[in-house]
Design a protein around this ligand. Structure first.
Ligand code: ATP
Length: 862
């Protein structure tokens, strides 16, 4: 059982706080951290006090109590190193407000490194010291949790949704597909750390120019094995998590908006979860729920918080009064974390543990045996000894193999870097860069002889044999870490410049030998020195390669720092722009989608309008057609009206003519009657009393000479229809004919007329007409010398008639083209024979003989 160790570290005022004229509210006294109580009410004390395992006063460098990076490492870092070597898991994490000094404490600037580089360096140093007894294997991984997604900081690319976090039943949560890098020296670790830090998400906020926007977890997996006292195997694996959390922050204080605000929300979410986890663990309630899975950070650090780990928390705080509430909150957070109790255990290899336990039992059994031999105990002892022996042999064999592989890898300097394999060495060497041999696929590394000459040439027996060179082409001399190239018989160049005298070569120098060979000189010690000084050798310095490169002045270093800052700014700006571009693309996609929907809607509307338009066009055409027909009909109507007017006029004229004729007939008839009376008188006919014209009355009888009453009028036509007086027989007959015709016409207008009855009417009409003719003939005979009586049909001025043969054929009837057209039934065809005119209705009839064919009708129509 071990409580989480908590340290608090206060940083100096930053420029912003100085500009604001901030006042320091933090005091430290031994392990005690005091904060001036700015929220005190009457009766409150002036300070709030907290006690931690360590309180580091890094406020003022000139202060004798000032805590340096070195001191922090000595007290915290060494404990982590010791835990790892003891086989425990260890975790050191920095918590605090943004800009409070977490990254400074964990990573630190190159000239004043923080805990991570110091811990790594110390571990490799210790491995070096204890190399004789044991073998080690160290793997490094570096990840960040940004917006709740896991990114591999050492991989060349990451999936867009981040890496997945899984949980192994025994080993706990892990990140699947995270790259692990085998490291053989601190330089490798430093390179990886630098690479990861460059890839980490940082941004400028109001509180910090280079604020970490993600939680970063640097993990060393440390495996050690060897034979302990009395040849007892030991093998442990420890995980060391070194965590730089993103800053806890208030959105208003950081001035965060947009992406920064979103990041802040995620950061706060995981820190709140971390707080909840700490609270749940600190309360120590049995069976209480610990919300590890609520955030990726707490899930991955599950073992470090309340589990199998020795854990240290560094709470970084600002000294300024303007950050009072944030600082107080951090101190309370840290105070709670003190109460977390972990259960660290040595992570021993299961087989080794079994061997150790067997050995313990064997010791016990041997003790039990004493002087007397107990067969049962002896048998058990022998069995356990045999098992222990075989397990030890098995483990030793496995370990030898592992050792061999490790040694091979270390000797070759072969290590994995993501997908790449790096061939490295800790000794000065030359790497062949074959310019001519395009078929060469291998990488050749030539180690140089330590403290002596390495002869290069074509001659057998040269240290490095290269075809195409002079037998003894040149010599590279290595002495006290300095390499010098001396040409012998062949052409040599250093970084492109031909040389005939001895030239110093340094890390990265390109050596040209003869026409075909180019070799690169690598000196790992020199490279490490340069790296330590924060130097990155540019290509130009590579080519200008000389020892003076090593003597970089302060100005250059500052320039380098500035360059890095600019590079970080550039990276951040690039990231922001990428983010912005992604947002704009997203917006564009949305706008395009809206546009598409709008287009569809408009297209739909357009289709509807077109349909409507087409319908309206059709209607308009119909209307035009109707108008045309109306106009035609109007024209026809006008034509017909004109025709009717003409016919009316003709009718009127005919009527007048008939009236005139009737009057003339009447006068003539009276005159004729008088003449007849006179003639009768002269013929001495017996008249009763007085001579009188007109029909006989009851008083005035009219008799013939034979005493038979003689009458001029047919008996059935003597009375007028009204019965008011007598009409002439001709008139009565004409009226009857007219009435009969009217009857026929009425019957014809009735669609359901009885054909039999119609035939009877027509037959009767014909009878009447024949009678009329007979009467007229008779009258004409009686009044010879009178004006000639025209036949009735001749009195009518007939309108031109057109028979439409087609209609005739189709309907078995035909029409007159006069306005007074009238349909004829087939019955009429068979009965009527002449053209007549019905005066009262102004209608004309065309009669056809029964034998008339449609063709003859057509002729008839003219
Ligand atoms: N102990 C210290 N001594 C000197 N300077 C310090 C110290 N601690 C922090 N600083 C300076 O304060 C500034 C902010 O520190 P740092 O970047 O470490 O904060 P942080 O807590 O990691 O912030 P964030 O959470 O935003 O990443 C840096 O310029 C750093 O150099």
């Amino acid at each position: 059982m071990a409580s989480v160790k908590v340290a608090v570290r206060v940083r100096p005022f930053n420029q912003r706080e100085l500009d604001m004229g901030a006042k320091a509210v933090i005091r430290m006294d031994g392990k005690k951290t005091r904060i001036v109580n700015l929220s005190k009410t009457a009766g409150d004390v002036g300070f709030k006090d907290f006690t931690f395992d360590h309180s580091y006063w890094s406020f003022e460098p000139s202060d004798p109590d000032f805590a340096t990076q070195e001191q922090v490492f000595e007290e915290l870092g060494t404990e982590v190193v010791a835990s790892a070597f003891e086989g425990y898991n260890a975790c050191l994490f920095a918590y605090g407000q943004t800009g409070s000094g977490k990254t400074f404490t964990m990573t630190g600037p190159p000239d004043d490194p923080g805990l991570i580089p110091r811990i790594c360096e110390a571990m490799f140093g210790k491995m070096q010291e204890e190399q004789e007894d044991k073998n080690y294997r160290v793997d490094v991984s570096y990840l960040e949790i940004y917006n709740e997604k896991v990114r591999d900081l050492l991989a060349s690319s990451n999936p867009s949704g981040g890496l997945r976090v899984r949980e192994h039943p025994r080993q706990g949560p892990y990140v699947s597909d995270l790259s692990h890098h085998l490291v053989t020296c601190y330089d490798h670790v430093a390179q990886l750390m630098e690479r990861g830090n460059r890839a980490r998400c940082t941004a400028a906020t109001n509180m910090n120019d280079t604020s970490s926007r993600s939680h970063a977890i640097f993990t060393l997996t440390f495996r050690q094995a060897g034979l302990g006292a009395e040849g007892l195997p030991c093998e442990t694996t420890s995980k060391v998590h070194l965590v730089d959390l993103a800053g806890s922050e208030r959105a208003d204080a950081t001035g965060a908006t947009g992406q920064r605000l979103k990041e802040g929300a995620h950061i706060n979410k995981s820190l709140v979860t971390l707080g909840s986890v700490i609270s749940a663990l600190a309360e120590k309630r049995v069976g209480s729920f610990v919300p590890y899975r609520d955030a990726v950070l707490t899930w991955l650090l599950k073992d470090s918080l309340g589990g199998n780990s020795k854990t240290i928390m560094v709470a970084a705080i600002s000294p300024a009064d303007c950050n009072y509430s944030e600082t107080l909150s951090t101190l309370r957070y840290a105070n709670r974390a003190k109460n977390i109790v972990n259960q660290p255990t040595v992570n021993e290899d299961p087989n080794v543990r079994l061997i150790r336990e067997l050995r313990e039992e064997i010791y016990k059994l041997r003790g039990l045996l004493g002087e007397e031999t107990q067969p049962k105990v002896l048998a058990e002892l022998q069995q356990k000894e045999a098992k222990e022996k075989s397990l030890t042999a098995e483990w030793a064999e496995k370990w030898r193999e592992t050792q061999a592989i490790l040694r091979e890898q270390q000797a070759l300097g072969l290590r994995k870097a993501g997908r790449g394999v790096v061939l490295d060495s800790d000794r000065p060497h030359l790497v062949a860069i074959d310019q001519d041999d395009r078929l060469s696929t291998g990488v050749t590394l030539y180690h140089l002889n330590r403290n002596g000459d390495t002869v290069i040439g074509a001659a057998e027996g040269s240290d490095i044999v290269l075809p195409g060179l002079e037998p003894h082409h040149c010599i590279v001399t290595l002495k006290d870490g300095i390499a010098v190239l001396t040409p012998k018989n062949g052409y040599c160049s250093v970084d492109g410049l031909a040389t005939e005298t001895s030239s110093r070569i340094s890390q990265g120098s390109l050596i040209g030998l003869g026409r075909a060979h180019v070799l690169r000189y690598n000196d790992p010690a020199e490279a490490a020195q340069l790296r330590k000084e924060g130097r990155v050798m540019s290509r130009s310095s590579l080519f200008g390669g000389s020892t003076s490169d090593l003597n970089l002045n302060v100005e250059e270093r500052e320039l380098e720092t500035e360059r890095r800052r600019l590079a970080r700014e550039y990276e951040e700006r690039k990231r922001q722009l990428d983010e912005e571009r992604r947002r704009l693309e997203e917006r564009q996609r949305e706008a395009e989608e809206q546009l598409r929907l709008r287009e569809e809607k408009l297209e739909e509307q357009r289709r509807r309008i077109e349909n409507k338009k087409e319908e309206e066009l059709e209607k308009r055409e119909e209307l035009q057609e109707l108008e045309k027909r109306v106009v035609e009909r109007l024209a026809t109507l006008q034509e017909r009206q004109k025709r009717v007017a003409e016919l009316d006029a003709q009718l009127e004229a005919a009527r007048e003519e008939v009236e005139t004729a009737r009057l003339a007939l009447k006068e003539r008839t009276e005159a004729e009657l008088q003449a007849m009376h006179k003639r009768r008188a002269s013929l001495s006919l017996a008249l009763n009393g007085r001579g009188r014209l007109g029909p006989p009355s009851s008083d005035d009888s009219f008799h013939t000479a034979t005493d038979q009453p003689q009458t001029l009028w047919p008996p059935d036509s003597a009375l007028s229809d009204s019965g008011l007086g007598l009409a002439s027989p001709g008139e009565a007959l004409a009226r009857k004919v007219a009435q009969q015709k009217e009857k026929i016409l009425t019957a014809l207008e009735d669609e359901n007329c009885d054909k039999e009855a119609l035939n009877d009417h027509i037959a009767h009409l014909q009878e009447l007409q024949r009678e009329q003719i007979r009467l007229e003939t008779k009258m004409n005979g009686n009044f010879k010398g009178g004006p000639a009586r025209r036949p009735l049909e001749a009195e009518v001025d007939e309108p031109p008639i057109t028979v439409r043969a087609n209609a005739f054929r189709r309907h078995s009837a035909f029409e007159l083209s006069s306005p007074n057209r009238m349909p004829l039934t087939p019955v009429m065809f068979s009965s009527v024979t002449s053209l007549d005119r019905v005066t009262p209705l102004g209608r004309s009839l065309v009669y056809c003989s029964p034998l008339l064919s449609p063709a003859s009708c057509s002729e008839f129509s003219s």
